[in-house]
Design a protein around this ligand. Structure first.
Ligand SMILES: [Zn+2]
Length: 342
């Protein structure tokens, strides 16, 4: 029995020392120390011993039990420490590591200019109106006084949706003006920014889809002077307070009289250079007094009311603002180009 106890001590201490997990340790503890464990089983046999031997064997059994208990406690402490160290390693945060810079996008240069123009107009009392990009020819052509034989109605100029030419991708944002005037009585004071489509080959100054902002003011007593004042205010705020403008007579079907507006070339100050092709001026927008037929067509009496309208290309405004010499740069999404704008 003495040998059995000694062997038990050796094997138990060996196994406990090698226990790799808390669960394994607990099953060993039960095996050696539990009520049905090996120590208990040996102690039950004490009754068969000589009375003289019992104290020595009892003392040995207690010492083996104590050793095993100590080994369990010690292994348990070691396993806890290892598990804590492992967890600390896994959940480590290196507070000295450099931060990761989030990739933040920027506004496209056209968005910057469009937002500014929108703010300027809103500060002058305009509201923003929008309309469909797939438009009825009735609104984009007929109600704008564009004659049936006008070149803009050609299939080579316009993206028609239907064979009968009644629906197409709008060529301008002007139909929004017609829709707005049909739904609202004067005074009218709106801008309508948006995409427009024309069958142009893409080159340095044309793209088949581009952006416009149109403006419309209709009220009693509106004159060409109001138009000039409004556009001067817009262009000085966009391009600087010393910006010079020039109004040239022109022809549009939907305005009478009509004009084109040029801005003094900022690159050469008007002396003439390659940007303005020696002219000293850059053509920017078209404008005029709303044609009486357009007003009458939406039920506004042209004898009582008058109005002005203008349309400006956002690409053109942006190119002038930043000295960009090719419209295609605005659509190529080259990050080296786009990152120059804040
Ligand atoms: Zn110039």
């Amino acid at each position: 029995m003495r040998d059995t106890l000694e062997k038990l001590r050796v094997s138990a201490l060996g196994e406990l020392g090698a226990a790799g997990s808390a669960a394994e340790l607990e099953s060993l503890r039960v095996r050696y120390l539990g009520k049905k464990g090996e120590i208990t089983a040996i102690l039950r046999q004490m009754g068969s011993l000589d009375a003289a031997e019992r104290p020595a064997i009892g003392s040995l059994a207690n010492s083996v039990r104590t050793d095993i208990e100590n080994a369990v406690a010690s292994r348990s402490g070691a396993l806890d420490a290892a598990s804590l160290a492992d967890r600390l390693l896994r959940e480590r945060v290196d507070v000295t590591a450099p931060g990761k810079l989030a990739a933040i996008g920027r506004r496209h240069p056209m968005s910057i200019v469009l937002d500014e123009a929108r703010e300027i107009f809103i500060s002058m009392g305009f509201t923003v109106a929008e309309g469909p990009e797939v438009e009825l020819s009735l609104y984009d052509f007929d109600k704008l006084n564009i004659p049936p034989n006008h070149t803009v109605r050609e299939w080579s100029d316009t993206f028609y949706i239907t064979e009968d030419e009644s629906v197409h991708l709008r060529c301008q944002t002007s139909p929004v003006q017609v829709r707005y005037m049909e739904a609202h009585r004067p005074p009218v004071r709106i801008i309508s920014p948006g995409r427009v489509y024309r069958k142009d080959e893409a080159d340095a100054s044309h793209t088949p889809m581009f952006h416009q902002i149109e403006g419309l003011v209709v009220d009693r007593g509106i004159t060409l002077g109001d138009l000039k004042g409004t556009l001067d205010a817009l262009l000085r705020r966009l391009y600087g307070s010393d910006t010079k403008t020039r109004f040239r007579p022109h022809h549009f079907p939907f305005t009478e009289p009509s004009c084109e507006v040029d801005v003094r070339c900022a690159t050469c100050g008007g002396a003439g250079c390659h940007v303005c092709k020696g002219e000293g001026w850059l053509e920017l927008l078209g404008a005029g007094m709303v044609h009486p037929k357009v007003l009458a067509g939406v039920g506004i009496d042209p004898d009582e009311y008058s109005g002005f309208a203008f349309g400006v290309g956002v690409e053109r405004m942006t190119m002038l603002r930043y000295g960009i010499d090719d419209a295609r740069l605005l659509y190529e999404n080259d990050l080296r180009f786009l990152r120059q704008f804040m």
